[in-house]
Design a protein around this ligand. Structure first.
Ligand SMILES: [Zn+2]
Length: 849
């Protein structure tokens, strides 16, 4: 093919330098048969913000025109957008790509890694862009990376492509990128406006940072509750990259950041060698950025503690994760304290550090590959010395939650076995059929340790993100450590946990729905939607069901067969279809006369209403908290919830709803009239559920009698402290997220479905409530020594014990349910979701006098 030098018109004095020559290495030849980005997307890189669809079009075009590239579609987002990865390497490597991959994976397997000859193996480098959709310089830079890697000619690129396999993921968050690009392009002026006040730089709620359900995908690598993460993890473990980059943006007045970051805030499960290599890679970025005159910093601000982030997840998987943060122009050009910040400038820094990363990946190839091998060899040694030989878990009453945890662990390539014979450990009994064993002597030992361990001692007191995430506690699943186990206790290795389903025999009298399964609310809502009358048991009873006796408890749902608008056959069919795809159980009951406890006709079995739910959203509410509620209702439970803007509340017919949820937020946008309307709505019989600081809003506006504990701390007025430490001192008072033990009052409607009195709640604020005036309506309270895992500043140590996590107040004929802990944290705190669902379904029956 004919190769010529593109004529580069250098226009560096123009503010909006968008020509390719502004970005690309000069003095090399580019293959003219590779289309430039503007040829496919219709504008120069940096002239507009690339939309996700155009980005995909370009990646398809370079894939078609280059024998260095293979495009793999990895899945789709909630909004149906394509996720893709370009695999880029030399044509020779492409011809034996599967062999390269298989050999590369052997480095992560201590049984196979020893004979591997790293001197001939390529390193694997993953370039990842814009997981926060409104930090789009990374995704826009990926256009340049794809063009450069496909089109550059000469010995340097040949050497790079021979010695590396590059995985280019141009957009970690397609839905967010699309939302942001639409906003910023539609507010762009022809004569560029750089005034930070302009609409272009100030997105409306919720902004493009998040995915469809308003989740921060850069916290979801570990919980992996979203399509985007699940699809990405499949490719991650297919390749186990040596370096994975995570290109972000930060405040407009900053410069550029790349890791290593703050060394005292690195998770102790990450080997020291990881930080040394990160430091060595950093010298490449420094050199490349020095050359173009860009400022940067490397040892402040960001940390590598929580393994749910893109820059940290590789660190616990034998690789090196690297965070990049570019000062954001947010729009096309913005005034900043460092002068005019142009969008092309931000793109150029991201692209330049993509190149420096690749060069580091090429030159450090051998040390990166050997580090990966050593990581797993050392992990084996560490697991041999580790006193815990296995973790056993399983909730005998909730197969759904067990399946969620099993499948979550499987996504991280953790080996799990069925429990074959009874295990007694940690004072608990685990039975075959509902218990699972995770041996610690396995490849993913270090990840397992970080998932199951509890930690309350830390080298540093500042956290960029949460300080604890012990998964079985989050799921509310009983678990125990085992110091030994015998092979007779471990059964079959699990590849996936399918949902069991239970047949339903017809009854002409009544049915009882077991409320203990996680998915029971979905089944109940489905049944209610078909127009059937449903009731809830507020007391225990035992009935004959078929040929056995069954004990029922608080919260089990009674569905009468007579006096319904449907025939017994129709009712049977409705229930059967509601159960489909779940492991929830419904039992047929033939007689109202119970064997024990109350009878079916008792007035302690109360009718319940079908919830009609509104969730406040918009200005002043937390997008992620609103999104967590939306995702929970919509994706998990198929319950419609109307997200209504706070400002709009005054104009709507609130009588359509019987439940309103206020997520964390300041609610300043709720006018006086809106507030009065809300009060009137509750007084008329509504259930108002407030979470985190919404609790404070309602308390200070007279909706509840909630009182908060005071820390009683007084600053020594004569003390002098180093000025330099002022920010760290203030930040140490934050609680980024820790796990607390709470005690449930198990006969209260808010705790229906739980059968153990202790649960773990996730707390990321320092609001501690006193218990309510009524002895009956603080059904969830922190225990005497509540901190289970994570960081708590000593100032709050006295406030936490015995504080109320949930309080319920009556207001007129309605109820206000105040929850200071977020029951839906990041879609993986399964253990407390039920508190919210109980509030939604049973709020109206709570006697809160
Ligand atoms: Zn970011």
């Amino acid at each position: 093919m004919r190769i010529f030098i593109l004529s580069f018109l250098i226009s560096l004095n123009s503010l909006n330098a968008q020509e390719l020559s502004y970005y690309l290495p000069r003095d090399i030849q580019y293959n003219p048969s590779i289309p430039t980005p503007e040829k496919i997307i219709g504008h120069h890189v940096g002239e507009w913000h690339v939309t996700h669809d155009k980005l995909v079009n370009y990646m398809r075009a370079v894939d078609q025109s280059s024998d260095r590239i293979t495009l793999t579609e990895t899945g789709t987002t909630y909004e149906g957008r394509t996720q893709l990865v370009l695999i880029i390497t030399s044509p020779a490597n492409h011809s034996r790509l599967e062999q390269i991959r298989q050999e590369h994976l052997k480095l992560s397997n201590p049984d196979q890694s020893a004979p591997m000859n790293t001197s001939t193996m390529p390193s694997v480098i993953w370039i990842g862009c814009s997981i926060h959709g409104n930090e789009s310089s990374g995704a826009n830079a990926s256009l340049l990376a794809a063009f450069y890697l496909a089109a550059a000619q000469g010995p340097a690129i040949d050497s790079l492509l021979n010695s590396t396999v590059i995985l280019l993921d141009p957009s970690f968050n397609p839905d967010g990128l699309q939302r942001f690009s639409t906003w910023v392009n539609s507010n762009k002026s022809n004569t560029l406006v750089s005034d930070p006040n302009a609409r272009e730089f100030n997105e409306v709620w919720p902004g493009g940072r998040f995915n469809h359900y308003l989740f921060d995908l850069n916290r979801d690598w570990l919980p992996a509750q979203h399509n985007e993460s699940r699809n990405r993890l499949v490719v991650f473990h297919q390749w186990k990259p040596n370096i994975l980059t995570d290109h972000h943006e930060m405040g407009t007045n900053a410069s550029f950041f790349f890791q290593p970051g703050v060394s005292s805030r690195v998770n102790s499960n990450t080997p020291k060698r990881n930080q040394e290599l990160t430091g060595e890679i950093a010298t490449y970025h420094a050199r490349y950025l020095d050359k173009i005159g860009s400022f940067y910093y490397t040892k402040e601000g960001y940390d590598d503690f929580y393994y749910g982030k893109g820059s940290t997840y590789p660190d616990i998987n034998g690789g090196i994760g690297i965070l990049f943060e570019q000062a954001s122009s947010r729009g096309h050009v913005q005034e900043s304290s460092n002068g005019m910040l142009t969008f092309p400038f931000t793109i150029r820094n991201q692209f330049t550090t993509m190149l420096s990363t690749l060069e580091a990946g090429r030159q450090m190839r051998k040390s990166l590959l050997e580090y990966q091998r050593d990581f797993y060899l050392n992990a084996r040694k560490e697991s041999a010395a580790f006193p815990i030989k296995g973790f056993v878990f399983g909730d005998p009453k909730d197969e759904t939650k067990n399946a969620f945890l099993v499948n979550m662990l499987l996504r991280h390539q953790i080996d799990i076995y069925q429990v074959k014979s009874v295990i007694n450990a940690g004072g608990k009994t685990f039975n075959p059929g509902s218990a699972y064993l995770v041996p610690t002597a396995q490849t993913q030992f270090k990840l397992i340790k970080s998932i199951f361990e509890k930690n309350t001692k830390f080298e540093d007191s500042l956290f960029y993100d949460i300080s604890a995430w012990t998964l079985p506690l989050a799921m509310g699943i009983p678990y125990a450590e085992m110091n030994s186990w015998s092979p007779t206790q471990a059964g079959e290795k699990i590849s996936q946990l399918p949902t069991k389903s239970y047949p339903l025999t017809k009854s002409n009298y009544a049915y009882v729905l077991d409320w203990s399964n996680y998915m029971a609310p979905a089944v109940l809502h489905n049944i209610q939607s078909k127009g059937l009358l449903t009731k809830v048991a507020t007391s225990k009873f035992e009935s004959r069901t078929g040929d056995s006796n069954q004990k029922f408890g608080y919260g089990d749902i009674v569905i009468p067969v007579q006096n319904q608008a449907k025939t017994p056959d129709e009712i049977h069919a409705i229930l059967q279809s509601a159960l489909e795809g779940s492991s929830v159980r419904i039992y047929p009951v033939q007689s109202g006369l119970s064997i024990g406890g109350i009878d079916i006709g008792s007035s302690s079995i109360l009718p319940i209403r079908k919830p009609s739910v509104m969730v406040f959203s918009g200005n002043g509410t937390s997008p992620t908290d609103v999104g967590e509620i939306w995702h929970l209702m919509d994706q998990r439970f198929k319950i419609p919830a109307s997200l209504v803007e706070v400002e709009q509340f005054n104009r709507i017919d609130a009588g359509k709803y019987n439940v309103i949820v206020m997520s964390s937020g300041n609610y300043q946008a709720l006018s006086k009239a809106g507030q009065d309307k809300l009060r009137e709505w509750v007084s008329g019989g509504g259930t108002l559920i407030a979470i985190e600081d919404a609790v404070q809003y309602l308390a200070s506006n007279g909706f509840t009698k909630v009182l908060f504990k005071k820390d009683g701390f007084t600053e020594d007025s004569m003390a002098t402290k180093p000025y330099e430490l002022r920010n760290d001192d203030r930040r140490a008072l934050d609680m980024p997220g820790s796990i607390f033990e709470a005690r449930l009052e198990l006969t209260h409607p808010l705790t229906y479905g739980y059968d153990q009195p202790l649960i773990s709640v996730f707390k990321s604020n320092t609001l501690f409530m006193d218990r309510n005036n009524s002895p009956y309506n603080s059904p969830v309270q922190l225990t005497e020594k509540p901190l289970q895992s994570g960081y708590l500043h000593k100032r709050f140590e006295k406030m936490a014990p015995n504080s109320a996590s949930v309080n319920i107040d009556a207001l007129g004929r309605g109820r206000v349910i105040s929850m200071t802990e977020n029951p839906n944290f990041r879609a993986f705190w399964f253990g407390t979701n039920r508190l919210l669902l109980n509030a939604i379904f049973f709020g109206a029956i709570i006697d809160a006098k």
